[in-house]
Write a protein that binds this ligand. Sequence first.
Ligand code: NAD
Length: 341
Amino acid sequence: MSSASEQTIIDLTALLNRYAHEYYDLDAPTVPDAEYDRLFRELQALEEQYPQWRQPDSPSMRVGGRAQQKFTAVVHQIPMLSLNNAFSPLDDNNQFDHSEMHAFDKRVRDGLGAEPEYIVEPKFDGLAISLLYRDGLLVQASTRGDGYTGEDVTANARTIVNVPLRLHGDNMPDILEVRGEVLMLKADFERLNAHQQAENQKTFANPRNAAAGSLRQLDPKITARRRLHFYAYGIARLDEHFVADSHSEELALLARWGLTVPPQNTLCYQADIKKVLAFYEHIYQIRADLPFGIDGVVIKVDNLAQQEQLGYVARAPRFAIAQKFPAEEMLTTVEAIDVQV
Ligand code: NAD
């Protein structure tokens, strides 16, 4: 019995690593995200039960893919990690089952010994990049890669329509490293695929793949033509004299410097778990009307000292979680294939 589980762990690890390679390195997934997520969780559950059989290359211990050699490597001074996921499946009466989110909230409250205030943001369905500003000027942009080493995509990022090449205002930081998501708006994605089709070129499975494929081009002119957008959702490095006590204050600072942050109608501040869940259900209802694709929401403890207190585990922070939309809503146009493990 136990050796069957060991074999399943080995097989799932290999299969998920293949899917991750197709998704992150080739920008060409062969299974829907929901299928990847299902198998990932199956592996996580088995690894929890049989930690002795966790494989050294398990995707549960790693972030993303590998930086491609066609780009110069950038070592991240602050790692770009992933997020743990929570799912709220719909029951037979079309009601959300939020038990995983309540468990997250309990872990946070136990960890802090206090009631946290959460901030809820959209979970943008694009790819993470890091933008480095020195004396207000954009000097480097890099992809997440494996979380520790990413790809230098500075020339391409300069072509993103709403990335300021120079920060706005006159109170400039010496150094600012911004984290956020590059994505393609739904309208630009439709236009791109129509154009590709007209030119007998390959079409893209979804806006996320189109964004990833467009950013990681050797010719920045191609990136420019594809019209990408950037949404900032965090600060990795900033001069000490710019005091921000909370994530929401960080977003306000970024907006002041001309960076696009999540729009107000997709943000929820000062939320307890009840407000978080109500907001998730609201966003779930309006998701189709948003100009960009989202695959859920991200819930973060707002207070930065509390974030630090909770810290990180393996590949993700303990102070945040991605609450993903139910699986049937996430199917992309990628054809599902039979998965044998
Ligand atoms: P993730 O996408 O689940 O979460 C982490 C990422 O969320 C961050 O790196 C960041 O890019 C993004 N993000 C978006 N909005 C954010 C916000 N407001 N604040 C902070 N971060 C935000 O994690 P991941 O490790 O990049 O990828 C795992 C996911 O990728 C899987 O859940 C799966 O859906 C998909 N995937 C699919 C395949 C496939 O074959 N279809 C393969 C690998 C991964």
